[in-house]
Design a protein around this ligand. Sequence first.
Ligand code: MF3
Ligand code: CO
Length: 256
Amino acid sequence: MSVTVKSAAELARMREAGRLNAEVRALLRAAIAPGVTGRDLDAFAKREIAQRGGVATFVGYAPGGKPPYPGAICYSVNEELVHGIPSGRALRDGDIVSIDLGVTYAGFVSDAAFTAAVGAVPEAVAELLRRTEQALWAGIAQARNGRYLGDVSHAIGAVGEQAGYGIVEGYGGHGVGREMHEPPHIPNFGRPGVGYRLKTGMVLALEPMFALGAPDTEELDDQWTVRMSDLGLCAHFEETVAITDGEPDVLTRIVA
Ligand code: MF3
Ligand code: CO
């Protein structure tokens, strides 16, 4: 499969999928508190998606012989980076948690994530969250007609590098459309001016992942959860972005 370019009609449907994603993510963000479990948040997300006429994209996702993913969200706590399966693990004051949400609407997928602090965290941890989100927006700023994929990757990676974070290499962003994972793969590091040429109508999910320690990761026996090998803290943010003739259109942006 090659990179798909969406028509105006398809983009309108993706915009709707993105809006639902933003609404449900805002509710999830507000629900994060000590004592809340991944299962609570997952059940809540499933209800809120269904109520809006959407479909939970992640449920049943089973690429490459993996066991079908059971959740509507990914729930990754502390040393867990991405793809954590919603569990009975209750959030505690001082934790950080990445919530990733996929919503399909009218046949099109939106994919977005944030990492939030539960109660008070040390300043270095708050800084990790701020910088990782900043890297996402630096990448988004490069998602323009005529730029290169390397411009996006470089902009993201430069923020992490400057902060001295471990930049995860095994995972990254991706194209998104009728399928959650479409080409191209988008590394969170790279050289400007190289790689795929971006064009109006392409839709990308950008997702920086940075670690306080070493960037090495391992997959748990559940075949989904990815955690840092050194068990250090890590952060992950994601938005679905359409490339237009003008400003990048952040389809999953939460409007306050
Ligand atoms: N944003 C994540 C990704 O692109 C979503 C994964 S959903 C899962 O990898 F079902 F695969 F976990
Ligand atoms: Co994604």
